[in-house]
Design a protein around this ligand. Structure first.
Ligand SMILES: [Zn+2]
Length: 92
């Protein structure tokens, strides 16, 4: 789904030197013990290794969004799977 034209050059991936592509991504944050997902975040994504880069001003906008407890209280909730780490099962 094409929403916006690419309007920012994210340059090359720091890890594998592949040209980054602009995509809308989901970013997750833990705020005061709660998981918050921010959707439609414009970011540079490496098509080869999946490395993500977010512009500084976008990062600041996200920070303001997730600092608003009123906005978070009104936001729709999703449920996520939660599993406990078990040493025996994690060992292959
Ligand atoms: Zn890469």
């Amino acid at each position: 789904m094409m929403k916006k034209k690419i309007n920012y050059n994210y340059g090359e991936c720091e890890i594998c030197n592949t040209q980054m592509k602009e995509e809308s991504i989901k970013q997750d944050f833990w705020i005061r013990g709660k998981l918050i997902v921010v959707e439609d975040v414009p970011a540079g994504v490496c098509p080869k290794c999946g490395e993500k880069v977010v512009k500084a001003d976008v990062g600041q906008s996200i920070f303001r969004l997730i600092e608003s407890s009123e906005r978070i209280a009104k936001a729709p909730k999703i449920s996520v799977p939660k599993i406990k780490f078990v040493v025996e099962e994690a060992r292959i």
